[in-house]
Design a protein around this ligand. Structure first.
Ligand code: NIG
Ligand code: FE
Length: 408
């Protein structure tokens, strides 16, 4: 057992609701606070001096200078296991080329598939761990990671195995998701339906057998998989015992309905969601995940986060870090910018990157600084927690704790 502190402010996020809008006066801010950690869990959060006098012999980990503490962040949507680089796609897009033109000239998802297939396991693991360490340095200690750049048995398993290997080399929690239904690969001989059957019959049983992922994702979009075949696929994966998440309404509306209908844990993107569907999502337990990094990477509109929250949705905010549409990887910058465009309160943004995104991953043991929860904490050298979003990501995290242990 140990006491960490004193912190100028601790923003616990305690007592904030799982769904709907939040105002900043609902934030619990403990001034001159401390956190008691026991066996990786939070034992108590309170006034530092009071905690110290309650626990006379306790070890104290003193905090240097003025710092504030927040629950560490949860990035519930990434594609950080990949080979290659798509800087040329970005430049071509900005020079006015269309998605199709870029794909035809060798870019797009298919180019990442080729680079990922060609990458050795060592290379893939090395770059994956570098990205994980970058995210930890931002205060992100739980990271969802998708496959989806392999698109055949051998390479999808290679990606998921590297994610599993990475888990043995990091203290962060990695949550793998099988996204074999990202796109029908160009070298697959058969229809979309046949490729989806191939995932069900040839990929998912092996994923299950090796314990590589408990979640399945699909990209429902005109250029990828169509609504009806996707719904059928998702119901089958559900029968196999997988949790579901969906890339929904990125450019074309409608697929968020399917996500809700099949009971998906989350529907992610939603940039093109229409008003009627906002209410449909908001009345469900499916988390609506905004991915501002994709809007910034593509120059497209933002997810209607304000409308979703006002309608009562569970809104998470994740990075979508991938080589194509969202190359930045800085969730804090992205969420801060989403807040300025969508008019989100600090409480809503912090909730979206912590306990609400944790809920999307089925991890209800984290995301608030409350008794019994995982002691994952991020601190900043500042005396005002508002500076974290105000500085739009340029205020660097000072210390990152996982299970109460300082990582840096
Ligand atoms: O979430 N929308 C589909 N998939 C990714 C992009 C993947 C890529 O372009 O490589 C996304 O934005
Ligand atoms: Fe994505």
């Amino acid at each position: 057992m140990k006491l960490i502190g004193p912190f100028k402010q601790i923003v616990t996020l305690a007592n904030l609701s799982l769904r709907g809008k939040l105002s900043d006066d609902q934030l619990e801010i403990i001034v001159d606070g401390g956190v008691v950690v026991n066996e990786g869990k939070i034992q108590k959060v309170g006034n530092f001096e009071e905690l110290r006098s309650e626990n006379q012999d306790i070890d104290i980990e003193f905090i240097k200078g003025e710092q504030i503490a927040l629950p560490a962040f949860v990035d519930s949507h990434t594609h950080i296991c990949f080979g290659g680089n798509r800087a040329n796609d970005f430049a071509m897009r900005n020079a006015g080329k269309t998605y199709l033109e870029i794909a035809e000239s060798g870019g797009g998802i298919w180019s990442s598939v080729q680079h990922t297939r060609n990458a050795s396991e060592e290379e893939l693991l090395k770059t994956l761990l570098e990205r994980i360490n970058f995210l930890i340095s931002l205060g992100i200690t739980t990271i969802e990671i998708k496959s989806g750049y392999g698109l055949d048995v051998e390479n999808e398993l290679k990606m998921l195995r590297m994610i599993k290997k990475a888990q043995q080399q990091t203290q962060a929690t990695l949550v793998p998701t099988c996204l074999s239904a990202h796109l029908k690969p160009r070298d697959f001989e058969g229809s979309n339906q046949e490729y989806l059957n191939y995932i069900i019959n040839d990929i998912l049983p092996k994923v299950k057998e090796e314990g590589l992922a408990k979640r399945v994702d699909i990209f429902i979009e005109k250029s990828a998989f169509q609504p009806e075949e996707s719904k059928d696929f998702l119901l089958k994966t559900k029968d196999l015992g997988f949790e579901i998440t969906v890339h929904a309404d990125q450019f074309t509306p409608g697929s968020s309905r399917i996500a809700v209908e099949v009971g998906a844990k989350s529907a992610d993107h939603l940039e093109a969601t229409i008003d009627e569907d906002i209410d449909f999502i908001a009345q469900s337990d499916t988390v609506a995940t905004a991915l501002p990094g994709a809007s910034l990477g593509l120059g497209e509109k933002f997810t209607p986060a304000r409308k979703l929250l006002d309608a009562g949705a569970i809104l998470a905010i994740a990075s979508d870090w991938n080589p194509g549409s969202a190359p930045m990887g800085n969730l804090i910058t992205q969420a801060s910018i989403l807040a300025t465009y969508e008019k989100l309160t600090t409480a809503e943004v912090l909730a979206g990157m912590t306990f609400r995104s944790a809920y999307a991953l089925g991890l209800e043991d984290r995301g608030k600084l409350e008794q019994g929860l995982k002691a994952d904490i991020v601190t900043y050298s500042t005396n005002n927690f508002q500076n974290v979003l105000y500085n739009q990501g340029s205020l660097k995290a000072e210390n990152v704790y996982i299970d109460g242990i300082k990582q840096n």
